[in-house]
Design a binder for this molecule. Sequence first.
Ligand SMILES: C[S@@+](CC[C@H](N)C(=O)[O-])C[C@H]1O[C@@H](n2cnc3c(N)ncnc32)[C@H](O)[C@@H]1O
Length: 242
Amino acid sequence: MRKSSRFKPDELAAYQWQMPARRNARINDQGSDHANPTTELPVEPIDWAKLFGNANPVEIEVGMGKGLFLLNSAIARADTNFFGIEIVRKYQLYATNRFAVRQLPNVKTVCTDAGWVLSRFVLPASVNAVHVYFPDPWWKARHKKRRVFSPQFAAQSARIIREGGRLLIATDVEEYFGVMTGIVRAMPAFRELRAETSTGTVEEAGYQTNFERKARQNGTPVWRAEFERTAGPITEVADPAA
Ligand SMILES: C[S@@+](CC[C@H](N)C(=O)[O-])C[C@H]1O[C@@H](n2cnc3c(N)ncnc32)[C@H](O)[C@@H]1O
């Protein structure tokens, strides 16, 4: 990975949202409060208008990696605010360096577990879209519980996406695509708009993220789906990884 420390930390601060101090936190036995998103903490919602300095709509990307989707989206859609969640610090640094180069005012990030942020800091019906592109597949059966896209995650997405908003997913793992679409299709809170697979080179099919570019280069098919948030109730389906 290319060295990502082109800008000094204070120059990147504008692109990195810091979670509020953990007042009254009950930390688990490992001393980590990321491992258990159900740890009791006060909910301190993000005020999007305050964070971005305007009332434009907000879209969240979960697991942004090196931030290519956010970079291109923030440039192409200056009237939308983008919030990226990434658990690995070096990727957050890499992505925020990219945003700093372009001095983008409409993209921010946080480095932590996405489920944690969605459940603790995001108000109901406060975002227009949640994007989840090429989430880690965790191939081994005993590791599947680590997958970011679970019934709980889908329910949190339904809670935070406003009616008419979108949940968008893509992956190069057919089995994981089946699991994700199976979860969402069983939820009355979502209506499927499209689900498709495509192959093709980078030139033929294009790409939105670094992992999608890799898939195209390897000739691997990409599965993609888009769902609309309905007025339906939020339900949590049975966990396929359980
Ligand atoms: C396979 S990469 C895909 C990156 C990017 N979306 C792309 O398509 O190029 C998955 C990313 O999700 C991040 N990730 C994994 N679990 C996460 C979690 N619980 N919360 C936030 N990010 C997570 C990983 O660190 C990694 O950067």
